[in-house]
Design a protein around this ligand. Structure first.
Ligand SMILES: Cc1ncc(COP(=O)(O)O)c(C=O)c1O
Length: 657
């Protein structure tokens, strides 16, 4: 295999479509091959559309319409966002690998539907292979784990909590089911002891570990005929009864209504979590944000305090969501320490919860921790390869800790550089998927097609019809860029090097009279910063100024193509309480209390996600770091002048005291 350094030039179409010929050859190959397939499929059928038919007027005018409308679409599409360019330093949107684009194109000619094997005999298998590859990368045992491709991180996160909720509530359903079936079962408790199921109170039943709950599931199915177990479980499970009836029954049986179960998330968690708790009926009030530290990582001490406080009040914890690669900063939580908190809660408090890592963004960075021979690289080895201080030993430990989570979201359509839609959901113990399984009669695989569980994906997942082309895209990309130091590991390292180079250049940049205040060096590749000017001395004027810079450097202003594209966010209280102090101190425009009291105003922070693997490429590659800094200066000058004009029109001065 060629060295990744050389291979990188062949992985992408290129910022100037330098690999256009290669791309065209591969597209043609895929198309021709598909044409042969059609031609050889029952050739005795003859031709439906004959050459003579193509001479007809109606045909020609239909072709003219098609061609003209396509030209119109192509013209429109050029108003899209140039993710391929080093000038794009905005969201986590990226160029795609040639492999994924060709894989997608080739497969979409066949239009496979990965809901079931009968609609996707090839791509369902590819999807399961991809899931096993991702599982291996995060350290799961591919034999025990299971996963699939989803439309994105939101749906993968949804499934995580959907399944977690079913596992957490299973022991309660099992009590009723076991009584109905007349069987007695026992279950392991978090402290390692065992107890007869029927003797446990509500609190204990809600604090059974993931593994013990799934063992209980197995024991129940072994204890009676399947049809009886299915009926008994349905009679007592939340999924069948719904929250209202479920709570009523619990109140009747246990003398106390079920306290609302909570979900703990890092304060930096993606907004999908709020959607999910609302959609699942858990309720947004039950979403508890755990403060982050000055590196935007979940604070394990704060997590412990929250777990203890909730336990004191008898509030169940359904799940804890740690983030690997936050949306705004690419921060990687100290997952090893989060796991320690859970182990301590189990030991000292008899409390447990489902642990999910939302690695939608950062999961692919785990590729950097693997050698080609399947052994782990040390932090020092990776540092040698990046030539930077990245990663730390702690970062590597956090990545290795993914192996001990109960589930993980990891999105190929983010750091995997493949086309949308391709998220992925992985669970450590494949038995959990059975808790949400539904079997429609028209989609059950027939004998000889393989096991029903594996080949009818729709049985275990939230979505129904889904593109097999997405699976083919990820599969081919993984073939060309393996999930280790030779492929994705190298790619991620390159973007980290780019982000670090940008961070260092911004730190050194002389932008006087402007000053740049940087967030710490990122855990992966998102660089955050705030620009200021001596005349700005209120939070509002500082925010208006940075918002002005963003407007000048964002895509979508009619008729304008910005020199460089960035994005921005707002750090608000209480989410960023633990992180914002150093920024506010350096900016010196307001106190922490004023920032907290500002409500929705928050602090505007500019962001640049470095997805560009060529940012640190030597000439003749363009210097998109110096170019960016100059563009930032021009945008700042322009934004300040405009702010001055606006305020002057209102008879005010720019926060000049
Ligand atoms: C950490 C994290 N989780 C989940 C998501 C949601 O992913 P998607 O947009 O693919 O649904 C994102 C998207 O940015 C994310 O950054």
């Amino acid at each position: 295999m060629s060295l990744p350094r050389e291979a990188l030039n062949a992985w992408f179409l290129g910022p100037r479509a330098e690999n256009a010929e290669l791309f065209e050859r591969l597209v043609t190959e895929a198309l021709r091959d598909h044409v042969f397939w059609r031609r050889n499929h029952h050739p005795e059928d003859g031709f439906t559309i004959r050459e003579q038919d193509k001479r007809a007027e109606g045909y020609e005018s239909a072709v003219a319409t098609l061609t003209q409308e396509l030209l119109g679409l192509l013209a429109e599409l050029k108003r899209g966002v140039p993710f391929f360019s080093g000038r794009y330093k905005g969201h986590m949107c990226a160029e795609q690998t040639i492999a994924s684009q060709i894989g997608y194109f080739a497969a979409t000619l066949y239009n496979p539907n990965n809901v079931a094997i009968e609609a996707s005999p090839v791509t369902t298998r590819l999807e399961l292979e991809v899931a096993a590859q991702l599982a291996r990368m995060i350290g799961y045992d591919p034999e025990r784990s299971w996963g699939h491709i989803a439309s994105g991180g939101t749906v993968a996160n949804f499934e995580a909590l959907w399944i977690a909720r079913n596992v957490i509530y299973l022991p309660i359903a099992a009590v009723g089911a076991a009584e109905q079936l007349g069987v007695s079962l026992d279950v392991a408790l978090p402290d390692g002891s065992r107890s007869p199921l029927g003797r446990l109170g509500l609190w204990e039943l809600l604090n059974i570990t993931n593994d013990a709950a799934l063992d209980l599931w197995d024991a129940l199915w072994r204890a009676a005929p399947s049809a009886d177990v299915r009926r008994a479980l349905a009679d007592h499970s939340l999924g069948t009864l719904g929250y209202q009836e479920y709570a009523r029954r619990l109140a009747r049986r246990y003398g106390d209504p079920l306290p609302p179960g909570t979900v703990l998330v890092a304060a930096t968690a993606h907004y999908s979590w709020e959607k999910i708790v609302r959609a699942l009926g858990i309720g947004a009030n039950q979403l508890i944000f755990i403060p982050v530290d000055e590196h935007y990582r979940m604070d394990p001490d704060a997590l412990w305090d929250t777990v203890r406080r909730l336990t004191d009040r008898g509030v169940p914890i359904l799940a804890c969501v740690s983030v690997c690669g936050t949306t705004e900063e690419s921060a990687v939580d100290r997952l090893d320490l989060v796991l320690e908190v859970r182990a301590r809660a189990e030991r000292e408090l008899g409390v447990t919860f489902h642990l999910h890592s939302d690695a939608a963004y950062g999961g692919y960075a785990a590729a950097a921790t693997w050698r080609a021979d399947g052994t782990r690289r040390t932090a020092a080895e990776i540092r040698e390869s990046t030539g930077t201080g990245w990663p730390t030993e702690d970062w590597v430990r956090s990545m290795e800790a993914l192996a001990a989570t109960d589930s993980v979201t990891i999105d190929p359509h983010k750091l995997g550089y493949v086309p949308y839609p391709a998220g992925a959901f992985l669970m450590r113990d494949r038995r959990a998927r059975d808790l949400v399984a539904i079997d429609p009669p028209y989609l059950l695989p027939t004998r000889g097609m393989g096991s029903a569980e594996d080949l009818f994906l729709g049985r275990h997942i939230f979505e129904g019809s889904k593109p097999g082309a997405a699976a083919a895209a990820v599969w081919l990309s993984h073939k060309v860029l393996p999930l280790d130091e030779r492929g994705y590991g190298f790619l991620v390292e390159r973007t980290v090097r780019g982000a670090r180079a940008l961070h260092a250049a911004l730190r050194e940049a002389v932008l006087e009279p402007f000053r740049i205040v940087l967030l710490p060096e990122p855990d992966i590749n998102i660089v955050g910063y705030v620009l200021t000017h001596p005349s700005l001395d209120t939070l509002e004027s500082l925010n208006a100024f940075n918002e002005g810079i963003y407007e000048r450097m964002s895509h979508g202003r009619p008729g304008e193509a910005p020199e460089y594209i960035i994005t921005r966010t707002r750090f608000q209280s209480p989410m960023y309480d633990g992180a914002v102090d150093p920024l506010l101190e350096e900016l010196g425009v307001c106190s922490r209390e004023e920032w907290k009291a500002s409500g929705g105003e928050g602090l505007v922070v500019l962001r640049s996600t470095v997805m560009d693997p060529f940012l640190v490429a030597p000439p003749p590659a363009p210097d998109h770091i110096s170019g960016f800094i100059e563009a930032l200066r021009r945008a700042a000058e322009d934004a300040l002048a405009s702010l001055d004009r606006t305020l002057a029109a209102r008879g005010q001065t720019v926060g000049h005291g």
